[in-house]
Design a protein around this ligand. Structure first.
Ligand SMILES: Cc1cc2nc3c(=O)[nH]c(=O)nc-3n(C[C@H](O)[C@H](O)[C@H](O)COP(=O)(O)OP(=O)(O)OC[C@H]3O[C@@H](n4cnc5c(N)ncnc54)[C@H](O)[C@@H]3O)c2cc1C
Length: 394
């Protein structure tokens, strides 16, 4: 008999935790449980559809799923299909890798108006998350305000700004692609409440905004009379200095030189939303659609003995995919120490096996096959029932 570990959440931190456990204890039996019929968390549902290189990491995760004592258990939501208590009773340890699943609120009037979208919903729609099949109506959207100064804000602005040709090799869902291509978009504003020297953009992602086919990046040179804070640690200072250099390049661009203008506005905090406008601390801005990219919050899970949080569920919504690896491995060490002090439980297998690794492979195969004639990596299945039907077909 051997120990059995449940990892709730088949995103990067869950996979890295499984990897850490198996390096020391290849005999362990691990269930990687996800409420979705598909694995990989935000690598599939968050990372921008035109950044396919970032998604290559799933090949490593697939190798873990192929190991005989690792099971993918898709379409099982803990807290709904099985309680956290049942899980704790049946497994020798439970790793909580559920990420963060709710949009953070700005807490300003008008935030619940229908033209204000959180990035979780919006990005979920672009990426084919089955909970978010309905996107915003873009048919009359000329001006979009993207609130936030992190990479998610750049992802959202970039995917809106890119031409159909520039998205041709992506796996954006066809409905979203068609809606964006048909929208009469003219102006996209990326709005930060602080100065450009404080923006959280990474250099590569910001640099990409200066190389878009149908959109010109613009910024007022007066906003750039600042320096990267000398008190910051060197890597941060260098990142910020490079961002300022890139923005100074944008400030020399000619407005109107491309069909879409991509404006960077700084030191402008949203105070309220009214139908068709955003009230900023710097004045009123007309906008037909607002997308807030200001971070996420999570759902609660039970704390206590034998329960080990990891990844975004533990640290909050910051950090890239690789940043989860070291932490997940450290948590795996704690789990191994915990298991080392206990005999394996002798319970029955409590897990309803709705979609396993073979089921996910059927989905994967169908999606890749649908993408092939279009020269795309895949065309995602976005409907819950369609995902279940394909996974359970034989
Ligand atoms: C929009 C966006 C774009 C990003 N782009 C990049 C990028 O380009 N490059 C990069 O390195 N990083 C990027 N990141 C960050 C990266 O996605 C995270 O670092 C990483 O996904 C966090 O991993 P995680 O496993 O903690 O959470 P997640 O990836 O969110 O995985 C959590 C999983 O848990 C499942 N789950 C939740 N609740 C339950 C439950 N009750 N029962 C069962 N399953 C459950 C979810 O379905 C999900 O699959 C991006 C993040 C976002 C939001």
């Amino acid at each position: 008999m051997t120990h059995r570990v449940a990892i709730v959440g088949a995103g990067p931190s869950g996979f890295y935790a499984a990897d850490g456990l198996l390096r020391a204890r290849p005999d362990l039996r691990i269930d990687l449980i996800d409420r979705l019929p598909t694995p990989f968390g935000l690598v599939r549902a968050g990372v921008a559809p035109d950044h396919q290189g970032t998604k290559v990491i799933v090949r490593q995760f697939e190798k873990l799923l192929a190991q005989p004592d690792v099971r993918f258990v898709g379409n099982v939501e803990i807290g709904r299909d099985l309680t956290w208590e049942e899980l704790r009773a049946d497994y020798d340890a439970v790793i909580v890798a559920i990420g963060m699943v709710l949009d953070k609120k700005l807490g300003v009037p008008g935030e619940d108006l229908p033209f204000v979208w959180g990035s979780w919903r919006f990005v979920g729609w672009l990426n084919g998350h089955p909970d978010f099949r309905q996107g915003p109506d873009l048919a009359k959207v000329r001006k979009v305000a993207v609130i936030g100064n992190g990479n998610v804000a750049l992802d959202v602005a970039r995917v809106l700004a890119k031409s159909a040709d520039e998205m041709a090799k992506s796996d954006i869902v066809p409905e979203a692609e068609a809606a964006i291509a048909a929208a009469p978009l003219r102006d996209i504003y990326v709005i930060g409440r602080r100065g450009p020297e404080q923006a959280a953009f990474t250099n590569n992602e910001l640099g990409e905004m200066g190389r878009l086919g149908r959109a010109v990046a613009l910024v007022d040179a007066d906003a750039l009379k600042v320096e990267a804070p000398a008190s910051d640690p060197t890597p941060e200072r260098l990142r910020k200095a490079k961002n300022l250099e890139l923005l100074r390049g944008f400030s020399a661009n000619k407005p109107g030189s491309k069909p879409v203008s991509l404006h960077f506005l700084f030191n402008a905090a949203p105070k309220a939303f009214g139908e068709g406008s955003v009230e900023l601390t710097t004045g009123k801005l007309a906008a037909d659609l607002v997308i807030t990219c200001i971070g996420y919050t999570g759902e609660d899970y039970p704390k206590g003995e034998g329960v080990f949080p990891v990844g975004w569920a533990k640290r909050g919504p910051t950090g890239t995919i690789p940043a989860n690896r070291a932490e997940s491995h450290a948590v795996a060490e704690q789990v191994l120490a915990w298991l080392g002090k206990r005999d394996p439980k002798s319970g029955t297998d409590p897990m309803p096996l709705s979609i396993d690794f073979a089921g996910w492979h059927r989905i994967d195969k169908a999606e890749v096959a649908a993408g092939k004639p279009l020269g795309r990596p895949r065309v995602k299945l976005t409907d819950w029932q369609a995902l279940l039907d394909v996974a359970q077909s034989d």
